[in-house]
Design a binder for this molecule. Sequence first.
Ligand SMILES: [Zn+2]
Length: 331
Amino acid sequence: MTEVEQLGARVFRIPLPLPLEDLGTVNAYAVLDEGGVVLIDPGWASPENEKVLTSGLTELGASPLDVRQILITHAHWDHYTQAIGWQRAYGIPVHLGRLERATVESFETVDGVYPGQVTMLRRAGASSRADVIEARDWESYEKDAPHGPPDMWLDDGDVVPTAGGNITAVGTPGHTAGHVVFHLVQENMLVTGDHVLPRITPSIAFERAPEPLALRSYLASLQLLLDRPDAVMLPAHGRAGGSVHERVRELMDHHLARLDLVASLVADGHRTAADVASQMRWTRRKHRLKELNDVHGMIAILEAAVHLDLLADRGDIVRSTVGGRDEFAIG
Ligand SMILES: [Zn+2]
């Protein structure tokens, strides 16, 4: 049973199932007008996903053949793979942020499930975890997921015209290098993808080809939303509604507190990202690093690393590289 939620005269949320144990659903958003349907983030390609998505469209009196464009916030598989599936099956044009290109193309040029992260883990002083991650194979539900380039690369400010009002792409790098959010101008709603989520703090540097100072980009992209008028939040995970600005301020406060904590851990003599991560608490349940599974532990260490890199970039701490490992100290 698909539970389509109407959010505006022409705007609908379609929650879609995910094959992940820690994240239950991803939201597709459908914008309808007489010319057809614009679909945003149609989910993780699977027979179940396709079934729920198609029945959601049926509820709206539409079918996949009525979808004239698919807009994507970023290339993570829970947002992008069904789009590629329907690009192939129905010829629907797919639009994706241009700065996702390095990650999309790396599927052809680089082997491994987490190639960039293995290098980052070694730099973070977590070489045995890097070995474990390097040896990982794709999960069964990842193996068959379609990937490939979109039809159009989106740039910041690009406008997708629809009869009921424009949809504007706003570049928000950080969660991934080419993340974009979509402003439904007429409704003043913002499809925030994974940039702004109601309950979760979005991961940073969890992409195939991460940028060097991803947290700096992420915080700048949060500020960018504060510099724009507030809008109604349409996130990729969780319930729609509420103020974008309010949640952005909470996410900023979270990272500013983390930066302070990480700096104080460095002052206490914790020198590597792995060491710093072992002193912090993770997830809403306040887990210790050693209680997390391999992938979540990796994400935690990368999270500590991006905070250390930003502190070093600001000159609050200094970095030295010793035997391929980044070590940090108070300057
Ligand atoms: Zn994501």
